[in-house]
Design a protein around this ligand. Structure first.
Ligand SMILES: *Cc1c(COP(=O)(O)O)cnc(C)c1O
Length: 374
């Protein structure tokens, strides 16, 4: 008998993944504080979605509809799509993993921007592919830099629009130029997790591209404006061939019954969605203005079209100091040193009360640390 000396060994490309760090909801000493770290909807969710969630409490022994037919029909009717070409996942995160699994493997390259969404790198490495980072243009997506990074090994390009964690937005003409410049064999994934926060004039054309172009996938989520982050429902739209490939590796019964019915109801909650968008625009504008009043403390806000702001600390007051001080004041925001944003804080737009309190805390912290505004 041989004696086991070695434990099972995970694949090298899996161990090269830096684990995803979720937004926190408690302080180091366990106090519960205002959570402005995960881009959740401060207005909660709609009553309709809540009712959808509880509609099947008597059916818990039944598997969910594996084909999510009612959800696909609802999404298709809402956006004018073919229900057969709607793919769905446990959050749009799963859809991002599905497209990586279907189109990239060992030795292939996957492009995304520096300061892009953390899941792209995880999804890329998970399948043994090589992440290729395109430099940004003052924190925004630089289409020329992305196109310059393309090689004959490129299989996927991930672009979030608006982007997380920067909030930056790439206009329709630029998205069209990006698509036109890519080889037809490269899948362009347009991650529209924050699309519902845009004003109508800011449609980036992604959905139209996904309708007609065989190499475009758009992804959407119920986690953000619909306020259903707990339920993990996301979806995507692509060609029939791409959806067929992704279904082959999708976990059976991946989206829950409660999640499906909540999401169907959420799409119909027009007033809630409009209120959420209006609240976000109002308080985002207000927060930009108030941070601008913090004097010469060196804070710079990256222009955002999402439900958060990336604030850069370019003076003597650091992001880390401010992050810790905000926690002491009862506010958790996102500090992202792991994404090379040690000099920035991402702040989710919260309730009115949270925004007023956050700015008061920021003024206090700036005064304490720089002598400004004292
Ligand atoms: C929040 C977010 C997602 C996905 O969230 P899910 O909860 O998995 O649907 C996807 N992309 C970006 C850019 C996000 O910020």
């Amino acid at each position: 008998m041989t004696i086991e000396t070695e434990a099972p060994r995970p694949k090298d490309w899996i161990m090269a993944i830096a684990p995803y760090v979720p937004g926190r909801s408690t302080t180091d000493d366990g106090r519960k504080v205002a959570k402005l770290s995960s881009n959740e909807n401060p207005l909660g969710t709609s009553e309709a979605a809540r009712a959808g969630f509880t509609a099947h409490v008597r059916d818990l022994e039944r598997y969910p509809d594996a084909g999510a037919a009612a959800l696909r029909e609802k999404i298709a009717a809402h956006y004018g799509l073919d229900p057969a070409r709607v793919i769905y996942g446990t959050g749009s995160d799963e859809v991002l993993h599905l497209v990586a699994g279907a189109y990239a493997g060992a030795g292939d390259e996957v492009i995304f921007v520096r300061y892009g969404f953390a899941v792209y790198e995880i999804a890329t490495r998970r399948v043994g592919a090589v992440p290729v980072i395109a430099p940004d243009k003052d924190y925004a997506t630089d289409v020329d830099a992305v196109l310059a990074a393309v090689t004959d090994r490129t299989r996927i390009v991930f672009v979030a629009n608006p982007n997380n964690p920067t909030g930056t937005y790439t206009a329709k003409a630029e998205i069209a130029r990006l698509h036109a410049g890519l080889p037809k064999s490269v899948m362009l994934v347009l991650d529209q997790a924050y699309a519902e926060y845009l004003e109508d004039a800011d449609d980036d054309g992604g959905l139209e591209l996904a309708k007609s172009e065989p190499n475009v996938l758009i992804t959407r989520t119920f986690s953000k404006i619909h306020g259903l982050a707990a339920e993990r429902i996301g979806w995507g739209y692509a060609s029939a061939a791409a959806v067929d490939a992704m279904h082959r590796i999708r976990a059976p019964f991946n989206v829950t019954t409660a999640g499906q019915t909540a999401a169907i109801a959420a799409l119909g909650a027009k007033t809630f969605i409009e209120n959420s968008r209006a609240h976000n625009i109002r308080w985002r504008n207000w927060l930009v203005e108030e941070i601008g009043k913090l004097g010469n403390a060196g804070l710079r806000v990256v222009p955002s079209k999402a439900n958060f702001l990336l604030v850069l600390f370019e003076g003597s007051l650091t992001a880390e100091t401010t992050y810790n001080a905000l926690m002491d004041h009862g506010y958790i925001v996102r500090w992202l040193p792991g994404q090379k944003l040690g000099h920035g804080l991402r702040i989710t737009i919260g309730t009115e009360e949270e925004m007023l309190g956050l700015v008061a805390a920021l003024r206090d912290i700036v005064a304490q640390n720089t002598g400004e505004l004292a």
